[in-house]
Ligand binder design. Sequence first.
Ligand code: FDA
Length: 387
Amino acid sequence: MVILGAGAAGMFAAIEAGRRGRSVLVVDHARAPGEKIRISGGGRCNFTNLHAAPDRYLSANPRFCISALKRFTADDFIERVKRRGIAFHEKTLGQLFCDGSAAEIIAMLTDDMRDAGVTLRLATEIEAVERANEGFTVRLSSGLVGCSSLVLATGGKSIPKMGATGLAYRIAANFGLAVTETRPGLVPLTFGDDLKARLAPLSGLSVDGEAKVGKTRFAEAILFTHRGISGPAILQISSFWREGMPLTLDLAPGDDIAGLLAAARAEHGRRQVRTVLSAALPHRLAIVIEAMTGATVHLAELGDKRLRAIGEAVNRWQVTPTGTEGYRTAEVTLGGIDTAGLQSSTMEASAMPGLYVIGEAVDVTGWLGGYNFQWAWSSGWAAGQVI
Ligand code: FDA
């Protein structure tokens, strides 16, 4: 059997199938396996999340991921990490990271593949894939290979510089599988030139805030960048945001800024707005809010309406990003091969027996925080039991 892609999902499926005594060839055009694992989590790989559950995933069919996530859970992966002796810790919100390096996860996977008798062929181009009798023929830069089962595990489109090509979508479409609209997810958002110029002094500044779009909200850090905004709260909300939608940001959750200003005005009318704001916000941000709301005067000169407007600018800042930074920096691709055409327990294409799709290529996208690797392990495991 042939697995296209030696990323998290492909390697995991290969281990499972190899352990069942199947003859497995894994092919990748990269020079090393698991390149995204290597750079993930700032080099420490956020390999799963203690709270991994179907409600942490986006998909046109939110129920599709239930089966695989239930059969191979975060605990199951943690068990393997422990057995291997990899030290890890919970950073925040159930996110588990290696104490040392992501390379330890890659080494675990490549050793397990070797022990399971899997053949790994790197630096190999996939030139064509065709249906042949009951199976498939794959034309590689190294020659033709025939197989009865073919697994698409080449991931999504994010970070083309690291070898993402969207190949799985093209192969699936050629075989008649539907592919839902794809777009960058877990991605920084960008602002227009005017706003960028006004926020320029904040570049690099991070605040604990809350980002909201519709009914979805995330309370985590918000980072100002020279292009717009990023940080965990923004990456999370970006997956729910669509072009043209306003975001509501609370830059000081828990602080009623209008109330703070009114109380300060009653006692210290000659105080500047920035001085009061600095009690709840970093000073640099206080100065920018003061300027953006035209409040560079003493508190006593501001009426209730003006104070409320400043409060809104901090606690309910409505801003419409112009776009995202795109696949260049997106951690994942939203959308993908339509789950309607796949069996949720095996990841096999219903209309094309022998063809399987796993990992990011499927229209299942996790939140930030280890959920995407858990999907790669779970979907890879599910396919690995039957291929
Ligand atoms: P993945 O992309 O890992 O693997 C696909 C493989 O296919 C690659 O080896 C690629 O070279 C190969 N391939 C692609 N096109 C090909 C072609 N045309 N021919 C041959 N081979 C081809 N998630 C998480 O849970 N925790 C985290 O800490 C992070 N951190 C993170 C950081 C950054 C910077 C990014 C970009 C992403 C993350 N992620 C993450 C997301 C996570 O990396 C992602 O969801 C998984 O790697 C998906 O696993 P797959 O195996 O499906 O694809």
